[in-house]
Design a protein around this ligand. Structure first.
Ligand code: FAD
Length: 421
């Protein structure tokens, strides 16, 4: 009899898991209360980076000294809302510990590299299969820009660790940087081009397209919310939803930031915190850079997305339920206009879109991929933090391999949900 898999969540991770499970001959039902890749999902509003070089965890040695500042400056690039502080404290302590030495950073970088290494190629392949190849760019690379070489030098440790895991880049002086991006503010005089990286030109449409492809290949899409599981004799029988039980032999928890209570229902206490992020996008921008770029001193990423220019970034620890602080979107806009001074002389009035979403983040910067404590029939596939779009393709492949009993293509130990025991 055909085994039945239920994938909980229709973001990038859920879509990729569904496709890879379908490939192994199981029947697949995707549960998603919103639209797949819709605005409720982090997968909608991200910066679109398929950055195979995003291997550093967000935490770093000595970060603890900055925590008072994070609490006091609500509009800083990393802010902790004081009201959230007590609840987030255990996660924060683990987060600080995870980045407390270079040795730990290297271990995380090695694990993330294994997950991300050929992300642009994997995405290009699956996008071609789904008939949406135009949404994935696996050439052209991604750019990092700095005011000058000295500012780049202050990030020497991060680039050294990247080099240690095999990442190569090309350094660009003032002249070559501005030849590539003529509209860039003259305040930026040094660039780093990571040629192996790629990007997605419309992450929301990409996830919707992948899900549509899964449905075309026989998956069912149910507009409902998973609430828990029904077990008998140690085996999964069904996924509980707001609209009744859905029979299941295998369930994959891929509900992004909303995965924590489901993991709990499967016996695992996973520390998961929302690193809330924002974007602003300008319609019909006067300027479109040749490729996405990270503006290091402003801590934003600028990406052309679906006819708009999107600036994404910011990390806010405020919990899931707190209202967005739209002043942050205004800050992103100011940074965008300062980076490209020829943009939006009218201040982009009437052409602006702002969005806030939840990066589903574990404290050590690594996702949870693998079986739950309660039963091997429930698999975790969440906690991808800052790199969930890029790492979705390999996560889907790993989940497909686990479901089919195939040897996983990379070691799973660093991503084991049991590491939080
Ligand atoms: C500002 C910002 C910029 C970013 N930039 C990048 C980037 O450039 N590159 C990159 O790789 N990553 C980036 N990220 C991170 C990336 O967006 C996330 O890691 C990724 O989208 C997580 O995907 P997901 O499928 O796990 O979760 P989501 O995309 O959030 O999807 C989860 C889905 O589950 C559904 N759901 C929730 N609860 C339930 C339930 N009980 N039952 C059924 N369904 C449920 C939700 O409706 C949602 O659609 C960025 C994030 C932010 C916020």
């Amino acid at each position: 009899m055909t085994r039945k898999a239920v994938v909980i969540g229709g973001g990038a991770i859920g879509a990729m898991c569904a496709l890879e499970i379908l490939r192994r001959g199981l029947s697949v039902t995707i549960l998603e209360p919103g639209e797949p890749g819709g605005e409720q999902a982090a997968s909608f509003g991200n910066a679109g980076w398929l950055s195979s070089h995003s291997v550093l965890p967000p935490s770093e040695p000595g970060l603890w000294k900055k925590v008072p500042g994070y609490l006091l400056d609500p509009l800083g690039p990393l802010a902790i809302r004081p009201r959230r502080f007590p609840a987030a404290l255990p996660w924060l302590l683990r987060y600080l510990a995870a980045g407390s030495s270079e040795e730990k950073l290297v271990r995380t970088a090695e694990a993330l590299r294994s997950l991300l290494e050929d992300a642009p190629r994997l995405h290009a392949r699956i996008a071609a299969e789904a008939g949406i190849r135009d949404l994935v760019r696996d050439d052209g690379g991604l750019l990092h820009i700095y005011p000058d070489r000295a500012t780049f030098g202050r990030e020497a440790r991060a680039w050294r660790i990247r080099s240690g895991v095999g990442i190569e880049w090309q350094e660009m002086d003032d002249q070559s940087l501005h030849a590539m991006e003529p509209d860039l503010s003259p305040e930026y005089r040094f660039g780093v081009l990571v040629g192996e990286a790629g990007h997605c030109s419309d992450p929301g449409a990409y996830v919707a397209g992948l899900t549509g492809y899964a449905v075309a290949r026989g998956a069912s899409l149910l507009k409902t919310r998973a609430t828990g599981f029904s077990f008998a004799d140690g085996r999964l029988r069904a996924v509980r939803t707001g609209t009744g039980d859905v029979p299941a032999d295998i369930a994959v928890i891929a509900a992004g930031i909303f995965s924590q209570p489901l993991a709990r229902a499967a016996g695992d206490r996973i520390p998961l915190e929302s690193e809330r992020g924002y974007h602003v996008a300008i319609d019909a921008p006067e300027i479109v850079p040749s490729r996405p770029m990270m503006v290091h001193d402003r801590k934003i990423v600028i990406t052309p997305v679906a006819g708009r220019l999107r600036a994404a970034g910011q990390v806010e620890i405020a919990g899931i339920a707190a209202a967005p602080n739209w002043q942050r979107a205004e800050i992103l806009k100011q940074h965008l206009l300062a980076t490209f001074p020829g943009l939006a002389r009218d201040g982009a009035v009437g052409r602006l879109h702002a969005w806030q979403g939840h990066r589903p983040s574990t404290p050590d910067g690594l996702p949870c991929i693998g079986p739950s404590r309660a039963t091997a029939d429930v698999l975790h596939a969440f906690g991808h933090g800052h790199v969930g779009l890029a790492s979705s393709a390999r996560t889907g492949r790993l989940i497909g391999q686990i479901v089919a009993g195939e040897p996983p293509e990379i070691p799973l130990a660093p991503f084991s949900p049991k590491r939080f025991r």
